[in-house]
Design a binder for this molecule. Structure first.
Ligand code: 5AD
Ligand code: SF4
Length: 481
């Protein structure tokens, strides 16, 4: 925290100058941005696009058409890194066809020294690498590459900047938007690379966050996700006692109508006060409220493994939070992240995780096979679990959750739900999908005019990952959240 600074007006002005200079020398062109990883990365890409548009680039979804390709990478698991590297490799042919093309890689993967060195040597057609904490200097690095015709590689994992005042480009007319409220992570869970590549925790000033949310609501955005690697440890400098619960309360007193989501929370920072603020502010028509969803990563159900992971809570504490949430907010959807095969995980530890799945009755889980990350303490731990054991446990975990999710979804059959229409289904173009307040997807027969609107749907069928329904105008029974 002590090193975190809000980007100075001078620095912002400097970047705007670089944007202008790039605009002058490039004079237009197209930008293609490929994003990997979490919502934070999606949000960072909106900022990169905002700056690119200010520099005169227009967005394209076809890499072969682009004059500038940006790959925003993730480093949380090896799989994400390998995918980003292989896709980047594929852009070599674009450069061969169009030598003036500029390719830059940003984000968490290139913020690691060993990856930076590797890409520098093995990918000579990559023009620049830009670390996560330096993303605000994108105009400057791009200008340098163009003006000096030289490759640039910038990372600095010791600085912690909050970039206010730079352009953000969001999907025009989209009913959903994301707002970053804090950056970085100080938790140092022993398996995780994030604290090394995203710097120290730093929170934006509440006034800046509230103003951004207010302006999104007044422009018609209906659902807003507040983002942070550890969102509930939001703590702006010099505002003693003001934390995430306070911020949510202030956002809920804004004029207008919207639903607020937030992610990702850490169980050690999930307070009863936060749950009380959620309980007091349900989403209702005509006002700003908080969604009935809580994503609370458990990671493991074994206290022994939680300790080795440096998570700083016990399974019992976690369960007490769940109990309180269910008591204060009936019907709340609880989801989690689970890591399978952390070093030293025994069959007994794994059973404790399965047991937690049954006891909590999650609406959904995001499960991951443990992946060794260079430089993290867990990568050095003895008793790394063999791949086949990890895979076998992973499949048992998925099977159990599939049954739990299906049972929970069955409750909706014969009931009605309110849901926000997202558009045509990605898997079946004749159907539409809508998302319910508890984050369930519903397939139904709709029409294009409904996209971005709330509808009431009567549920006729349910599987583990999907509800099936139809539009329901008449009073056909209870509406569930
Ligand atoms: N291996 C596997 N999963 C990981 N996660 C973070 N680091 C690792 C790793 N090294 C998972 C955690 C986290 C989610 C975003 O990714 O479950 O909550
Ligand atoms: Fe990684 Fe833990 Fe921070 Fe989440 S809280 S980003 S898992 S170190």
């Amino acid at each position: 925290m002590k090193n975190s600074v809000i980007l100075s007006r001078q620095e912002t002005d400097k970047q705007f100058e670089y944007m202008e200079r790039v605009r002058e020398v490039v004079g237009g062109g197209k930008v293609f941005i490929q994003t990997f990883g979490c919502q934070q990365n999606v949000s960072d890409s909106e900022r990169l696009l905002g700056m690119a548009e200010k520099m005169g680039f227009k967005k394209t979804t076809v890499p072969e058409e682009a004059d500038l390709i940006l790959v925003n990478t993730c480093a949380v698991r090896e799989h994400a890194e390998l995918k980003a590297l292989s896709i980047t490799g594929g852009y070599k042919h674009c450069k061969e066809k169009k030598p003036s093309l500029i390719i830059g890689i940003c984000g968490c993967m290139v913020s690691q020294e060993h990856r930076l060195e590797d890409i520098k040597k093995r990918y000579p057609y990559i023009d620049f690498l830009l670390g996560t904490t330096l993303m605000h200097r994108f105009p400057e690095i791009l200008y340098g590459v163009i003006a000096d015709k030289e490759r640039r590689f910038w990372i600095d994992n010791d600085i912690s900047v909050i970039s206010e005042g730079l352009p953000v480009s969001r999907e025009p007319g989209a009913p959903e938007a994301m707002v970053s409220i804090m950056y970085g992570c100080d938790n140092f869970c022993t398996y995780c690379i994030v604290p090394y590549v995203r710097g120290r925790e730093r929170s934006r000033e509440p006034e800046a966050v509230i103003e951004e949310v207010r302006s999104l609501i007044s422009s018609g955005v209906k659902e807003i996700t507040l983002l942070g690697q550890n969102v509930n440890s939001y703590r702006p400098v010099g505002r003693d006692g003001y934390g995430f619960a306070g911020l949510l309360g202030d956002i809920c007193s804004l004029e207008g109508e919207a639903v607020i989501h937030f992610m990702t929370s850490h169980p050690k920072d999930a307070t009863y006060e936060l749950i009380d603020v959620m309980a007091a502010n349900p989403p209702e028509s005509g006002r700003v409220g908080i969604s009935r969803r809580f994503h609370l990563p458990l990671q493991s159900g074994s206290d022994r493994i939680l300790k080795l992971m440096n998570r700083r809570y016990t399974a019992a504490h976690y369960l007490s939070l769940v109990d309180y949430m269910r008591k204060r907010i009936p019907g709340i959807a609880i989801t989690t992240d689970i890591i399978v095969g952390f070093p030293g995980e025994t069959e007994e530890d794994f059973s404790a995780t399965l047991d937690m799945l049954s006891r909590v009755g999650y609406d959904n889980i995001y499960s991951f096979i443990y992946s060794k990350r260079v430089g993290t303490p867990a990568a050095e731990m003895k008793d790394q679990i063999p791949e086949d054991v990890k895979k076998e446990r992973f499949s048992r975990l998925i099977q159990l959750q599939s049954r739990i999710s299906k049972d929970k979804n069955q409750i909706y059959v014969g009931k009605r739900v309110r849901a926000l229409v997202e558009g045509r289904s990605k898997t079946d173009k004749d159907k539409f999908t809508a998302r319910t307040e508890t984050n369930r997807l519903v397939h139904f027969d709709g029409e294009d005019g409904l996209t971005g609107k709330y509808v009431t749907l009567y549920i006729e069928g349910a599987e583990s990952h999907m509800l099936y329904g139809r539009l329901s105008e008449a009073d056909e029974g209870d509406i569930l959240i």
